[in-house]
Design a protein around this ligand. Sequence first.
Ligand code: MLT
Length: 212
Amino acid sequence: MPELTFSHRFAPGERLGARPLLLLHGTGGDEDDLLPLGRMVAPGAPLLSPRGKVLENGMPRFFRRLAEGVFDEADVRARAHELADFVAAAREHYRIAAPIALGYSNGANIAAAVMLLRPETLAGGILLRAMAPLAKAEVAGGLAGKPVLVVSGQRDPIAAPANAARLKAMLERAGARVDHQILPAGHELSQADVALAQAWLQANEAASRLAS
Ligand code: MLT
């Protein structure tokens, strides 16, 4: 059995056939942070929630940055592969299907990097207050039809909607089906994010039931 190399929580789901969520916290969060959000967005789904291994002034993150909004791209790439390897090992260990990522801020950014660099890892993504994690991604078509919801805040000074629009274009070039919503909000999450994520997930579950 491969080793599980991230501190994490795993909550088995009690709803049969529910798609697991991979919860990815923002800067300064940990593996407990998004469990309540995950339960709200996908009641009864298995939840896998790792803690980012990079410390910035003691605050956990999923990759190194050189300044606010300026990412260390070599580290983004290395950490995206490390997280993808963890998800593969955790899937085997806990016997779960490929998860949908639910990431906030730095967690949404690493989820986007995993989708671009290791497209087989995730079944889709809910990326809240996300930015493009790489200037250029060399993926072609690896995401074939996978659904992604990107939710920006109109007044977000950190992850501007224009930057998220660049991410949308990158994901679409890789084959994903991306819905980009912009809320009248800042960087913080709001109740409207929860409602959007719930509705999007339900619509996608219904669509995949129809397709199978
Ligand atoms: C990042 O560093 O990933 C973004 O700037 C979001 C943040 O964590 O503040």
